[in-house]
Design a protein around this ligand. Sequence first.
Ligand code: ZN
Ligand code: ZN
Length: 248
Amino acid sequence: MVLPTTEIKSQFSRHNQPLAGVRCQHGKLLRCENPDCWNEYRRSQVEPLPDTTEEMPFHCSADWHLWRLCPRGYAAQIYNHARRVAYKSKMFHASAANVANYFGWSERTVTRNFNLLVGYGFFEIATVSRGLTTNFRVFSHDEWKKSHPGKCPTKVFAARELTVHDPELEKRGYELGERLYNASGSRIKFKNWQTVNCLRTGLPMDTIVELFEEWYGGQESLNADRKGWRRHAPKKFYEYLTMKAASC
Ligand SMILES: [Zn+2]
Ligand SMILES: [Zn+2]
């Protein structure tokens, strides 16, 4: 029988050490050889992660979670170290003492964070050894995400990346690109995401073309002796355009 979490908790000291008399489903003390009993126990010792609807401009990563779970960065550092060491084997064979030595931390700090990593499922104890080292299975963030749905913030896409999702705007972008190309005397090619960004300023296409003609007029002579300047022209024009759009 598995003990309910609260009951287990009350029987452990504040350092997460099993106290005498606690039994796992095998009827043994939690010094059980079965790694599942340990993994289950570690998971019962952490606060459950809340679901999140947060948005951010980056992809989620293990770091995002681990810096929140351990704001001093120990867990993230241990995790990244373990990932490097494990590499393709995905196994991290380590003792708290060795890791503590490596980073110059206390063994207690490392043990506490091993427990946290197992508790939140980034590590899994693969074999329980009687010695001081433990065999951890290390999960990538992608693997972790699959078994922990709803816990990762969503990446919000920048306009440039959104173009693929908006075929109508994309189409108008191509049209604008052609008009700007003609307006530049076939000298400046805008990429589709660049013209889409121009359209996203909210200015009508005709106005954008007019502003381009106005801007471009001086550029050729201004940059006459600057080789390759046209490559950056779309970006420069976009800056000019957003400035104009803001003052409209
Ligand atoms: Zn057991
Ligand atoms: Zn995540």
